[in-house]
Design a protein around this ligand. Structure first.
Ligand code: ASP
Length: 347
């Protein structure tokens, strides 16, 4: 039920939704919020209050950074008590990274924070932005019979689907349906009505305060394996000065080559205290290192399982845990713990 007294804060960071075409180059560029507002008279017809917070200048989300994630977190913390929910307009390119990071930075969230955007600018006749924005705002204002928000989670809403943010990945550069949540059910689907899958929505502890976590350490890297990967390339990745964690994108259920130069380099890196987090390159399913000899070798070397976590959430989790000053042993242990529903541990 939409709360008619609800106050929702709309945070505009940029992205295609508010972009316009440069007359000379034809490229889409970020544009100011008044352009977006003038193309969205529908916002005034909502029967609850929407206020706005603007990032100036708005950005293409390819320019997103941990520093901006911290700024967004600050905006939410500063306005948390005054609003019933938050909608963040964001480019789709790095939206899954932002959703993964914010999903872990906002602990014990008791209000909805919904990221949305569009594949076509709001000024285009066929834009997907209007439905995305209006429905995201309605979800942010939606309450249950007890007056509590229905989705007190960090989510992405795109093209009829509401997904847990730290489970998402961008799967399509072209279709309006750009995101998926391969290893976790949708939190809601919007058709004639919005149908919530309540059993899959996180339940916060309303007695405890929400905790805003700003810790971030970017001494991490993603290393994607491929047949023919060179020793120089692996050595260069693992030799990055100050490196603390590696998201190792392996094959299938978590397998990697076992030729000696490769295992020697990993053995050496783990010996230097670098966390090697094993994440599958597959979209669906997760890491189960016991299944094959190659996976078992990786486990014996000391790589830790990422289970069914996405690369985006794995990266964010490493950044946050190292940012909190955790030791490699603590990080290894916490990788097998679902902090905010970002993974399912299967033994
Ligand atoms: N390049 C754009 C961005 O991520 C793409 C989009 O919004 O869909 O900001």
């Amino acid at each position: 039920m939409i709360d008619r007294n609800a106050n929702v804060l709309l945070i505009y960071t940029g992205g295609t939704i508010g972009m316009v075409e440069n007359a000379e180059s034809g490229a889409l560029e970020p544009f100011n919020f008044s352009h977006l507002r003038s193309n969205m008279p529908e916002i005034k017809r909502l029967n609850f209050n929407v206020e706005t917070y603007l990032f100036d200048p708005p950005i293409d989300s390819s320019d997103m950074s941990p520093f901006i994630w911290q700024q967004i977190t600050h905006v939410i913390e500063d306005h948390y008590d005054r609003y019933d929910g938050f909608v963040i307009l964001h480019g789709t390119d790095t939206m899954a990274y932002t959703a993964s990071a914010l999903g872990l930075m906002l602990d014990n969230l008791t209000k909805p924070v919904i990221l949305t955007g569009s594949q076509l600018p709001i000024g285009k006749l066929r834009t997907d932005g209007k439905e995305n924005l209006i429905t995201a705002l309605e979800i942010a204002a939606d309450k249950d019979a007890a007056g509590r928000p229905i989705v007190p989670e960090l989510c992405i809403y795109m093209q009829n689907l509401l997904m847990r943010g730290n489970r998402t990945t961008k799967v399509n550069a072209d279709h309006f349906s750009a995101f998926n949540s391969p290893n976790y059910p949708y939190l809601a689907e919007a058709g004639l009505d919005i149908r919530y899958n309540e059993q899959f929505i996180l339940k916060p502890d309303y007695e405890k305060p929400v905790y805003f976590n700003y810790a971030m350490d970017s001494h991490v890297v993603i290393l994607k394996l491929f047949p023919g990967i060179s020793r120089e390339s692996v050595r260069a990745h693992l030799g990055i000065p100050g490196l603390k964690g590696v998201v190792l994108e392996t094959y299938g259920t978590g397998n990697s080559p076992i030729y000696p130069w490769f295992t020697d380099l990993l053995h050496d890196a783990i010996g230097r205290g670098i966390v090697i987090l094993n994440v599958t390159q597959c979209l669906y399913g997760g890491v189960e290192m016991h299944r094959y000899e190659n996976g078992q070798r990786l486990e014996k070397l000391g790589a830790v399982s990422g289970y069914d976590i996405t690369t985006e959430a794995a990266l964010a989790k490493l950044m946050i845990l190292f940012g909190e000053g955790k030791t490699p042993e603590e990080v290894n242990r916490l990788m097998a713990v679902s902090l905010r529903g970002e993974l399912t541990v299967r033994r």
